[in-house]
Design a protein around this ligand. Structure first.
Ligand code: ADP
Length: 612
């Protein structure tokens, strides 16, 4: 998982290497800044030792040679190197050089630090953008069954919240997982060079600290998963309430919705508080442990300075500086660890979506469908959404150019049957043949381009009328848009708007009347001119004038096409070439209007209910 997140860095390798170089420069100069404390200390507190050796390297006067030769050797080398730059004949001269040295070292250190931050932010934002785009693309490509199962808010939360959390984790990774361990390593190195015994003692204490932080991190990860799921629920609640605001107002359920929301909100608050309490706890705990380590060192090291002189005062000061400097990266690593844990959890949720394989995909060598020549044939087709069969053993032939009406009580499975034709879902049993070829062999996009879908629930986007009509076909000309609008009886009312075709219609078209929305969606279908049309007739009551206009538009739309209409209006039923009567997922009757009326059965019953 971690590797996978890091793989998003690949395109930014060049920037990343600059960052790493900057980090290394930063770390080296940080340690140099600590090393310079030694000479400064000696210069000011031990004026009598102002020989070149004594300023920083009074090793020759060590009474006890407790350090290894290697450490001694290295210490001498570093010292003589530093000394060669700062020692002059007079104390003031040396002080001057030390001051200049400090300025230069800190300047370079900070330039490197900024370069590192700058590069990291660039990389971070790019990676987040890449992940977000990939996630959106995956969501857009998922098949409908997925959306039946998941809530919109959850998906929104994946795209916003989780991507943000991953961002933080990646930031922690880039910026600090290289920097802090490196700093720690260098400081540790300084400490080891000065006294390995002291360092081992400090390390033992540090290890126990890391272990405690690890436990906290593990706990946080679990809580964080919960809190994110709860945040997703919260967003769902917001999204559902706002999009259903009309119903909320109509039923005066503001209080009910608010209470429901408050419950979710409190739930989230509970988990999040726990997460925060523990996250904040990790910082004081690690500081306390650090201080514990340092007091042990102070005691043990101080004793060596005071009693046996095996460590010199100026060395001990540098050692303490190094040790104190270690606290910051150590503490930070603890913090990164928890943040990375949270990021991994968010990454898991994101990849969960990205890795979902759409149920409906193209076969290898899928055939491009360029028209319906003979027929669409359902052969022993059954279907279920996962909870029992909705369609049972359907056998049906739809000839090219025919108008087929599907009728039956609500819930009979009419929409489900129709939605199998553009392959929104695959049958669970049986097959659908398109000019003799199994629907699954056809290339999906080409199939969907052949089928228009005008639904009862008019789906319009919050955009201009023009863009809603030309949806999916950005290159279409103005004339074509107007022509389609005219055929859909929509042109006249669109013209009446001050902004005409550029009128913004609001979320889901709420600024238009029901009839107007329908006519725009019909204009969209006319513009696309699909040879096969699936038409879910609206039952919504329109006023007589509107109804007549919509009806005319529908008749124009249905001309010269193969039409599957889920019929409620008598006129479409009358003119249909074949009427299929569905009940409980089974075809109970089929035939023309006249044939069916003559027989006793569900159709005549439904007909009588409607007209008597
Ligand atoms: P009709 O169009 O005849 O009113 P539908 O095809 O819409 O009937 O629905 C048939 C049955 O399938 C109903 O019982 C409905 O609850 C169920 N159903 C419809 N859509 C889904 C879905 N996306 N997920 C699960 N069940 C569904």
């Amino acid at each position: 998982m971690f590797i996978r997140l890091l793989s998003y860095l690949k395109p930014y390798a060049a920037k990343l290497s600059i960052t790493v170089v900057a980090i290394i420069i930063y770390a080296v100069f940080s340690s140099l800044s600590i090393w310079m404390v030694g000479p400064l200390f000696n210069l000011i507190f031990y004026p009598q030792n102002m020989t070149e050796q004594a300023v920083t390297n009074p090793i020759s006067s060590h009474p006890l040679e407790s350090e290894s030769d290697f450490a001694l050797d290295l210490k001498t080398k570093i010292n003589s190197y530093v000394n060669s730059y700062i020692i002059t004949d007079t104390r003031l001269g040396t002080l001057y050089r030390i001051c200049i040295g400090i300025l230069i070292v800190f300047f370079i250190k900070n330039v490197a630090y900024y370069l590192n931050l700058y590069m990291t932010s660039l990389i971070e934002q790019s990676v987040v953008r890449d992940i977000r785009n990939e996630l959106f693309e995956s969501i857009a490509n998922l098949s409908l069954d997925y959306f039946n199962k998941s809530r919109v808010g959850t998906l929104i939360s994946r795209l916003t919240n989780d991507v943000e959390i991953v961002n933080v984790a990646i930031a922690a990774t880039f910026l600090n997982l290289i920097k802090d361990p490196l700093l720690l390593f260098i400081y540790l190195f300084i400490a080891l060079v000065i006294s390995w015994k002291l360092t081992i003692i400090s390390l033992l204490v540090s290890l126990s600290m890391v272990f405690i932080l690890y436990r906290i991190g593990k706990f946080l990860r679990k809580q964080s998963i919960q809190s994110q799921e709860k945040m997703a629920r919260l967003i769902s609640a917001i999204q559902e309430t706002i999009s259903g605001m009309r119903v909320v107002k109509a039923f005066a359920t503001e209080e009910y919705e608010t209470d429901k929301f408050k419950k979710e909100s409190t739930d989230y608050h509970g988990t999040m508080s726990k997460v925060l309490v523990f996250r904040k706890l990790s910082s004081p705990i690690s500081e306390m442990l650090g201080i514990l380590a340092i007091t042990i060192v102070l005691w043990y090291g101080g004793k060596q300075v005071i009693i046996d002189g095996s460590i010199l005062p100026n060395e001990f000061i540098v050692y303490l500086f190094a040790l104190f400097s270690m606290m910051q990266p150590l503490k930070a690593i603890g913090g990164h660890y928890t943040r990375i844990q949270e990021g991994l959890a968010a990454g898991e949720r994101i990849f969960d979506v990205i890795d979902t394989v759409p149920m409906i995909i193209n076969m290898d060598n899928a055939i491009i469908a360029d028209g319906l020549r003979e027929s669409i044939e359902f052969k022993n087709v059954s279907f279920d959404y996962g909870e029992g069969e909705i369609l049972k053993n359907i056998n049906l032939t739809i000839k090219s150019g025919d108008v087929i009406a599907l009728v039956g009580p609500s819930g009979a499975g009419k929409s489900t049957l129709a939605s199998l034709i553009p392959r929104f879902y695959d049958p669970s049993k049986g097959e659908i043949l398109f000019d003799g070829k199994n629907l699954k062999e056809l290339e999906l996009k080409s199939l969907r381009r052949l089928t228009g879908y005008v639904t009862q629930e008019v789906i319009l986007f919050n955009n201009t009328i023009r863009n809603n009509i030309s949806y999916g076909r950005p290159d279409v000309s103005e004339e074509e848009i107007i022509k389609s609008a005219k055929m859909a009886n929509a042109h006249d009312f669109i013209k009446e708007f001050p902004n005409g075709y550029d009128t913004e219609i609001g979320d889901r078209g709420t600024r238009l009347s029901g009839g107007q929305q329908q006519r725009i969606s019909i204009a969209r279908a006319i513009l696309n001119n699909p040879p096969i049309l699936i038409f879910d007739e609206a039952t919504s009551s329109l006023d007589a004038d509107s109804e007549k206009k919509v009806q005319e538009a529908i008749e124009r739309l249905m001309k010269n096409r193969t039409v599957i209409v889920i019929a409620h209006r008598l006129s479409t039923i009358k003119n249909a070439d074949k009427i299929i009567v569905l009940d409980n997922g089974v075809i109970v009757q089929s035939g023309t209007h006249e044939e069916l009326l003559k027989k006793e059965g569900l159709f005549s019953k439904l007909y009588n209910i409607q007209f008597n």
